[in-house]
Design a protein around this ligand. Structure first.
Ligand code: IMP
Length: 425
């Protein structure tokens, strides 16, 4: 494959940053195509941990061109902060990406508070309100933000409108002058990176460059195909890539679905495979299952193959990349969800109505666990038999070949089973 998508197959936090970083070693370009700094991608290299929220995961490699495409929502302040932590990078930012402004963050918090117990559990980064404004056609795009003549007047109008909205929630009005002064500084820093990235990407394709499209969050958080309303406000599916980057759909060769060897979820919403108590705590601690963006403890569940088959159908998956296999060491037996029972009937798809999904009881099978430390394993054959059986089981129930698996956080703890990026010509 020359151009493929990294898709989160569950509820996010599957280890996409690590897999992208690993596969990016062979890529020329890495593209983020949706979401904003609600994402948290952790890349560990040479024992050094890098937490990325907005920047594409190729940013640590000076040879790679990193693109933040039009489908993203970008908080300029957060971007500047993140750029301070990296050096020697190549970056291009779409002139059509939308800007997260301070009122979006205030409105995110206010919306959540007004929902009380029914809140979504958002990351409070202003993501939903920014996409809302995009759809309502009152958003600020990057081209306007970095315009020396248009930004101030557009901001003035928007702050007037948004201050009225904030008043309804008893939030103090924002100062236009203060935001203008602060954000003009950010605009000056960001301006040199801004261009029409669709033009760049299409030229890169003409030159036959290898391009990796990096999804944030997971398909179960997709606005259309996720567990609505407990979702984010964009689509992390492979289908979103053409629209969100400005390339033709048929130019994409495939998708790699990153899946944890178990399941996690942060924020509210049903999780049929959920485990609680000591076992969940053991997995949470061993897998360091705390949000990169919010620090919240993640909820834990068994691997749910209904979810993976759903992702395969709505997004398309060419290969699976199974991460955090080492976290299951010492757990015996290991359970795998194969279907749900809903109102006395067995189903193997995800119901659209969230109350039905909440009522789903998991149907599980068991497979034996292993006790051996697998963190130094370099090949599939070196895995204990039970771990091999587990991976084979996933492959056969989901119906997608496993292209790689990982046994620890470092780049060197990733074992490639298939060569999916073509050799340099
Ligand atoms: P928002 O994207 O901040 O609006 O949050 C909506 C839902 O998506 C919440 O349940 C968040 O916890 C979840 N979410 C957003 N980004 C991520 C992510 O990168 N990983 C996991 N969950 C996420």
């Amino acid at each position: 494959m020359k151009r493929f998508v990294i898709v989160g197959t569950q509820w996010g936090d599957e280890g996409k940053g690590k897999i992208t970083d690993f596969l990016a070693q062979d890529a020329d370009v890495v593209v983020r195509f949706q979401g904003g700094n609600n994402a948290g991608h952790t890349v560990v290299f040479d024992n050094q941990k890098h937490s990325l929220h907005l920047l594409p995961s190729g940013i640590l490699n000076p040879k790679i061109v990193n693109v933040m495409a039009n489908g993203m929502v970008i908080n300029p302040k957060a971007l500047i902060e993140e750029l301070k932590k990296v050096n020697n990078y190549q970056l291009k930012i779409s002139d059509r990406a939308h800007i997260v402004l301070p009122y979006h963050i205030d409105l995110d918090g206010a919306n959540e508070r007004s929902k009380g117990k029914l809140n979504i559990g958002t990351t409070h980064k202003g993501i939903g309100p920014t996409y809302t404004d995009k759809a309502a056609r009152i958003g600020m795009r990057m081209a306007t933000f970095v315009s020396k003549t248009l930004f101030s007047s557009k901001l003035k109008k928007l702050i007037e409108v948004k201050n009225n909205e904030l008043l309804k929630y008893d939030i103090k009005p924002l100062s236009y002058k203060k935001i203008l002064n602060e954000y003009q500084v950010y605009a000056n820093e960001i301006r040199p990176f801004v261009e029409d990235t669709s033009v760049y990407l299409n030229r890169a394709i003409e030159k036959d460059l290898k391009i990796l499209f990096e999804g944030a969050q997971g398909v179960l958080l997709c606005l259309d195909h996720g567990t609505y309303p407990y979702v984010t406000s964009s689509s992390p599916t492979a289908a979103a890539v053409p629209l969100n980057t400005g390339i033709a759909p048929w130019l994409i060769d495939g998708a790699i679905g990153v899946t944890k060897a178990y399941t996690t979820r942060v924020g509210a919403g049903p999780l049929p495979s959920e485990i609680e108590g000591e076992l969940a705590e053991q997995i949470r601690i061993t897998g360091n299952e705390f949000g990169t963006t919010t620090g919240r403890p993640r909820r834990i569940g068994w691997l749910d193959t209904v979810v993976l088959r759903h992702t395969k159908r709505v997004s398309g998956l060419t290969y699976l990349a199974v991460t955090l296999l080492d976290v299951l060491t010492g757990i015996d037996p290991i359970k795998v969800v194969t279907g749900y029972e809903l109102n006395g009937k067995v189903i193997d798809t995800i119901p659209a109505e969230i109350n039905d999904f909440s009522a789903c009881k998991p149907i599980t099978i068991e497979t034996p666990g292993w006790q051996e430390d697998i963190t130094k394993v370099k090949t599939f054959a070196e895995l204990p038999k039970q771990a091999q059986v587990y991976l084979n089981l996933i492959e056969s129930i989901v119906g997608v070949p496993i292209g790689l698996f990982s046994v620890g956080p470092d780049r060197n703890q990733t074992i490639l089973l298939k060569k999916f990026v073509e050799e340099q010509s």
